[in-house]
Design a binder for this molecule. Sequence first.
Ligand code: ATP
Length: 241
Amino acid sequence: MVRTLVVEVKDLVKNFGPIKAVNGASFNVSEGEIFGLIGPNAAGKTTILRIISTLLRITSGSVNVFGYDVAEEADRVRRLISYLPEDAGAYKNLTGRAYLNFIARFFGSGSETKKIVERGLEIADLGERIDDKVDTYSKGMIRRLLVGRALMIEPKLAILDEPTSGLDVTNAREIREIIKKFAKRGTTVLLSSHNMLEVEFLCERIALINEGKIVEEGNAPGLKKKYRAENLEEVFTKVVS
Ligand code: ATP
């Protein structure tokens, strides 16, 4: 079966002045996949995710989402995606519930908004604290709220930059299960992570990026076999060093 290409990144270059943040990266993500970008600090992961999310202009190369060029057809791309930044915050003066309501109104009206918010509340799962102001939340609580915000609209493509950063083991596991559930329901997921266990658990395919280039790509079992490694952390270390 031929799967639809959701993300096509070709020869992508992004310079910030003299800094080559992305240096000729190419990879594809197919519909229904959970695709993981891994790499050391400053490898270019966030820059790539921000470009795919239409937030940064490219220097050269091309990036398409569902066939739409992210530079030329940014509006169309934005209707299909949801982006969870690595360092995102929520409006601190709103309660968690009011924040989800506020966001949901951009994506539906009437009963549709209600359904979106219900999904967000379920994902965030903050109990009574959902009615407290966001500025009283812990880092992990804010992350859960933001994952709820990103997934509640059931985007065609969810772009998640380190989705479980700041979460404890239990919360991180729950969020991973939620990501899997959404992928099964038709959301394609592109995520970055420093947690190799997470990547191995979640991702069907993985691209390893180093100094702005994709240096390895495949599924976890294939990569482990190729590098005679017991786990993905070992693969990572062997490839990067
Ligand atoms: P980390 O794992 O540490 O989050 P990353 O792989 O996400 O890193 P990026 O944030 O994409 O890496 O950064 C790649 C390179 O681009 C780094 O050298 C970074 O300093 C640089 N960079 C990113 N954004 C900017 C910017 N706005 N201005 C200048 N340089 C930038």
